[in-house]
Design a protein around this ligand. Structure first.
Ligand SMILES: Cc1cc2nc3c(=O)[nH]c(=O)nc-3n(C[C@H](O)[C@H](O)[C@H](O)COP(=O)(O)OP(=O)(O)OC[C@H]3O[C@@H](n4cnc5c(N)ncnc54)[C@H](O)[C@@H]3O)c2cc1C
Length: 434
């Protein structure tokens, strides 16, 4: 054994760290406050997988090739604009960035003028003439897109929809730097850029179940229903973690794989005020998310993703309901920054979701019967990627030599999503193993 590691939090970041650390010979214990592991992912719709999500693909391959390749078909990216127009971004079977550039040229969601401004901006960026401004992380994406010639209708009908899908916030709330980097990674790099995959089987069977099974065979210990309440420090190390059941845990290394707002209350006041690494965490914020899931009596054969402009929900996913029965579909209606919606009653949210569903997936005959509906509310779902907050996201190594921080909100270069969480767990494990 290379030493003992205590991981706080059994979300995907903590589980990924556990997998890598256990594989490199560490004895790993995970403490998790809930009765099961998986964290926020347990409530999530099928996650959007892009070719650029290298850490996610590498984890899936590690869990078995079959898991990574099973029934994973390309899902077209489609917009429903406020005018009622439905427009698809074409995924062309060409190498990147040609497929994106040609796809953009043909994309009817942007006016000719917007496309021309965009393509000439891309050409200039490619040639670094002039170089990108270095204050992009301090500016809002909306203002910056207007500066490169994108009209209000392009920003509202295309860019805002993409910002919500990829970064979990609207253009005015997103830093231009992170928006640019995310779009570049998703659409301009890798041979299959623009290829989107939405696994239609649940996240549990797809990712969590095989991961849990692998961790169990590797001897990772889980302490479920155990909430960490305090981290104890001496001069330059963490010495112990106290928990609600009055047990204290000690290890050689500690990884906090918790949401940001759950980490800071565990730290002594003197640590938070003394170290900039922890102090700056108070400048980060999370925003609320509401999801309505509708199981409907409708046989469909493929998965659809639709980004909605100026509707209650911001995007919808519809896929065959393999877990219920063959003649059914599941529709996920997702609203980010849902401050107003989060307090609405379930019945009202379901009604609103049905209204958007009818617009998104119109049927020639009657509206399909709803078999079952449920609502997920997450008051602090995602880190808001506001301007000037990128530099406050922490790197894995803390100022304490045996203490590391993981989680989707940490500084991975990605918005706070599945890829970011997996990457953060992997990086903590690498830092400890190094
Ligand atoms: C409804 C919803 C939909 C989403 N949809 C998508 C999507 O489509 N695509 C995508 O890429 N991402 C999506 N996400 C984001 C994705 O789920 C997260 O980025 C990812 O799951 C975060 O993983 P994590 O391990 O960093 O954090 P978490 O999953 O939050 O894990 C932290 C764990 O720590 C535990 N914990 C907290 N405090 C304590 C404590 N004191 N002691 C012990 N344990 C504690 C929690 O119970 C939790 O299990 C969605 C999130 C939500 C909520």
């Amino acid at each position: 054994m290379s030493g003992t590691v205590l991981i706080l939090g059994g979300g995907i970041a903590g589980l990924t760290a556990a997998l890598h650390l256990s594989a490199s010979g560490h004895s790993v214990t995970v403490i998790e406050q809930a009765a099961t592991v998986g964290g926020r992912l347990c409530q999530a719709p099928p996650p959007l997988l892009l070719e650029a999500h290298h850490a996610t693909w590498s984890l899936l391959h590690r869990l078995g090739k079959d898991v990574a390749t099973r029934r994973l078909r390309h899902t077209p990216l489609e917009f429903l604009q406020s005018s009622g127009a439905r427009i698809q971004f074409l995924h062309l079977p060409l190498p990147s960035p040609l497929n994106t550039l040609l796809g953009t040229t043909l994309f009817q969601g942007l006016s000719m003028r917007d496309r021309w401004h965009l393509l000439s901006f891309l050409e200039r960026t490619w040639e670094q003439d002039p170089p990108l401004p270095n204050d992009l992380d301090l500016r809002a994406a909306d203002e910056w897109l207007a500066g490169i010639g994108q009209s209000e209708s392009a920003r509202s009908g295309v860019w805002n929809c993409l910002a919500r899908l990829l970064l979990g916030a609207s253009l005015s709330q997103v830093s231009a730097g992170l928006f640019m980097r995310t779009l570049r990674r998703c659409f301009l790099t890798g041979a299959k850029a623009t290829k989107l995959i939405l696994p239609s089987h649940g996240i549990d069977s797809f990712l969590l179940a095989p991961l849990k099974a692998q961790l169990a065979t590797m001897g990772v210990q889980f302490r479920l229903n155990t909430t960490a309440t305090r981290l104890q420090f001496d001069r330059d190390r963490v010495t112990r973690v106290d928990s609600t059941d009055r047990t204290s845990f000690t290890a050689d290394w500690y990884v906090a794989a918790l949401p940001r707002h759950r980490l800071t209350p565990l730290l002594p006041e003197r640590i938070v005020t003394h170290y900039a690494y922890f102090q700056q965490l108070s400048r980060l914020n999370e925003s609320p998310l509401v999801i309505v899931r509708l199981h409907v009596a409708q046989a469909i054969d493929h998965t659809q993703l639709l980004l909605l402009e100026q509707r209650t929900f911001h995007w919808m996913i519809r896929h065959p309901d393999r877990e219920l029965h063959e003649q059914a579909a599941v529709v996920w209606a997702i609203a980010v920054e849902a401050k107003d919606l989060i307090t609405e009653a379930n019945e009202a949210l379901i009604r609103l979701a049905l209204k958007d569903m009818e617009a998104a997936f119109p049927t020639p005959a009657s509206v399909p019967k709803v078999i079952k509906a449920d609502v997920v509310r997450q008051p602090q779902a995602y880190l808001t990627p506001q301007p000037a907050t990128q530099q406050c996201r922490p790197l894995p190594r803390s100022p304490f030599s045996n203490f590391f921080v993981a989680g989707d909100w940490t500084d991975t270069g990605w918005p706070a999503n599945l890829e970011s969480a997996i990457l953060s767990g992997q990086r903590c494990a690498e830092a400890i193993s190094a």
